[in-house]
Design a protein around this ligand. Structure first.
Ligand SMILES: Nc1ncnc2c1ncn2[C@@H]1O[C@H](COP(=O)(O)OP(=O)(O)O)[C@@H](O)[C@H]1O
Ligand SMILES: [Mg+2]
Length: 299
């Protein structure tokens, strides 16, 4: 089991973080700055007071790391507020003096000939921005986007909007590079409580619904949120196909199982739920599409 850190008494910093999914503070741990994320309210599930978003953040980021995509460092721990111990996820702050985070939305805002705003997630507008912008290499940018699309399909992330990925901007050199991946808090069904987890494990219909239909991507096509299975298995987007070929061999389910097994605080049911959903999503969305793609290339 991984060590569990009590963050309650560490030195605080005045750095503040935005974002709608739960409270955040800044602390120093072992000389490094961390953003502590507290559990978000479970808005869609009235039977649950707080969601499992901290586990989603932790597991999502650990899975990104296991695949080899640069991602924020994450640690699970506790924080006591008014005598009540809460589970928190600490996210290594990857900014530093002179180097700030600029989200993709702000890059998209620079497309001054476009009528749409930076937060619009219509796929064609996003791809247009990749071509038109000159701040970063457009191939590197496109590859990161599609790599994240594939991994987000695996972890069922519904919230990779234009504010949830971006760049590190060096205000002295004017250089911009891709930021590590952050905010995986809306993946892995954060609002599934024990009753839902049980039902999903026992009932194939419930499971299939959560593989093929929900969650959808935050990215839209023709005004509608993309369903991961439909989009990836259609094999219509060449860049998406290439990302599938790049990423799939790097997904090591055994390693992911170990990550889940070693995660503290979770019940056996919760571990079983994550293991099942990840291996099913991999098999039915990614392996299935990859096989279809290989067959298409042969014929
Ligand atoms: N590891 C990090 N280092 C520095 N800034 C971060 C990091 N992760 C997130 N942020 C900033 O904090 C904001 C809120 O974090 P995020 O994880 O997106 O929270 P939420 O789940 O509420 O959207 C982000 O939009 C980003 O600007
Ligand atoms: Mg966010």
């Amino acid at each position: 089991m991984k060590e569990v850190i009590d963050f309650t008494n560490f030195k605080k910093r005045n750095k503040a973080y935005a974002g709608a999914n739960g409270n955040k503070i800044s602390v120093i741990y072992e000389g490094e700055q961390y953003m502590l994320k507290f559990p978000a309210q479970a808005r869609l599930n009235k039977d649950m007071s707080y969601s499992n978003s901290c586990f989603s953040e932790y597991l999502g980021c650990q899975i990104y790391e296991s695949i080899g995509i640069p991602v924020q460092k994450t640690l699970l721990g506790t924080y006591t507020v008014k005598g009540k111990k809460k589970i928190v996820v600490a996210c290594g702050d990857f900014t530093k003096p002179g180097v700030t985070l600029q989200d993709f939305a702000s890059l998209k805002n620079q497309m001054i000939d476009s009528e749409r705003n930076g937060y619009g997630t219509e796929l064609s507008d996003i791809l247009y921005t990749f071509e038109e912008q000159t701040a970063v290499d457009s191939v590197i940018l496109s590859e990161r986007f599609w790599d994240m699309f594939i991994v987000d399909a695996l972890i069922g992330n519904w919230d990779r909007h234009n504010g949830n990925w971006g760049f590190l901007y060096d205000s002295v050199s004017d250089e911009m590079t891709l930021a590590p991946v952050f905010d995986c808090g809306s993946s892995l069904y954060p609002q599934a409580d024990e009753t839902i987890m049980k039902a999903v494990l026992e009932d194939e219909g419930e499971r299939n619904h959560r593989i093929y239909n929900i969650p959808t991507s935050a990215i839209m096509k023709d005004g509608k949120k993309i369903r991961y299975f439909d989009f990836i298995s259609s094999l219509k987007n060449e860049d998406c196909n290439r990302a599938l070929i790049r990423i799939l061999p790097k997904i090591d389910m055994e390693r992911i199982r170990v990550i889940i097994r070693e995660t503290p605080f979770m019940s056996e049911l919760q571990k079983q739920f994550y293991e099942t959903m990840l291996s099913e999503r991999k098999a039915r969305i990614l392996d299935f599409s990859h096989k279809a793609l290989m067959n298409q290339d042969i014929h």
